[in-house]
Write a protein that binds this ligand. Structure first.
Ligand SMILES: [Zn+2]
Length: 296
């Protein structure tokens, strides 16, 4: 056991000194996989006023990080990504003719939807799972993680938004996430949650229209709220520019297969495409408002 721990510690030290993507220029296959593009922009010229964002789209890790000391099966769990979120975001963007910006690296390497000073930016524990490969990282290792996906993702998203605004085009930012049905032993009753802060221009009509769909429980700032520091992408890119925005969280058992993903994407596309500029009025909720709207 002692030698295992020692070996892990040595491996961890070696991993800390693996240079970030782009620094190594070789031709062999393993480093080619290392250099996967960390962010993908689809339909940049899309005609929709919406920009769809998916920060937790992928569970991919560069080979130099291995599985961060986790059993490979852990990489399929919600701790590594948001299962089902990307297919919904892709289909939603298609239906709306919207631009989609997605991160293609696991949140376990670094979480693009966290402030850079958040304790869970590079989580050492996710839910109740220890992430050995994220323990004891020095400044160089942290910078390598930022260069791996955090900076490229935020740079790409900012470039998309700024380019639209420079052309006088609207940019309404909607992020798509999924959440686990049970977290730390507690069941979550909502099928979907809309997360927002004091700017409810988009969240308010979204909540109202989702509330009118029969048979689903809709959470306002559930299962999280901006107070949980999960609103970073929108704070950085939408709120600072005064753009309408909302974060959509769908319970992942609701989007577990292609038919269910299609159904949610269609429902959300119908609702989002029906929201007009004139609908963007301040609502009655406050930033801290939490609640459930259960339709009949
Ligand atoms: Zn997420």
């Amino acid at each position: 056991m002692k030698s295992f721990v020692l070996a892990q510690s040595i491996i961890r030290r070696i991993k800390q000194y693996v240079p970030a993507r782009g620094i190594v220029a070789t031709n062999n296959a393993s480093t080619a996989a290392e250099s996967r593009d960390p962010v993908r922009v689809t339909n940049a010229a899309g005609g929709s006023r919406y920009v769809i964002v998916c920060e937790h789209a992928s569970n991919w890790l560069p080979p130099s990080l291995g599985t961060l000391g986790l059993d490979p099966s852990e990489m399929e769990r919600h701790i590594a990504w948001d299962p089902g979120a990307l297919p919904v975001a892709q289909r939603l963007a298609e239906l709306l003719d919207a631009t989609l910006v997605e991160s293609r690296v696991s949140r376990l390497a670094i979480d693009c939807n966290r402030p850079s000073d958040a304790p869970d930016l590079i989580a050492q524990t996710s839910e109740t799972t220890r992430i050995p490969g994220n323990e004891g990282l020095g400044p160089e290792a942290r910078e390598a993680r930022i260069a791996l996906s955090y900076r490229p993702f935020h740079d790409a998203l900012a470039a998309q938004i700024d380019s639209r605004l420079a052309k006088g085009r609207a940019a309404w930012i909607v992020t798509v996430h999924s959440f686990t049905p049970v977290y730390k032993g507690v069941s979550r009753p909502w099928h979907i949650g809309i997360i927002h802060d004091a700017d409810e221009r988009l969240a308010s009509p979204l909540l109202a229209r989702l509330g009118g769909v029969s048979g689903i429980a809709v959470g306002a700032n559930q299962p999280y709220s901006p107070a949980d520091r999960v609103y970073y992408t929108l704070e950085r890119h939408a709120r600072l520019r005064g753009l309408p925005c909302a974060m959509i969280e769908i319970r992942n058992d609701e989007i577990a297969d292609a038919a269910a993903q299609e159904s949610w994407a269609k429902r959300l596309a119908d609702i989002l495409s029906g929201i007009e500029e004139s609908d963007l009025k301040p609502g009655m909720e406050t930033a801290s408002a939490k609640g459930t709207r259960r339709s009949a």
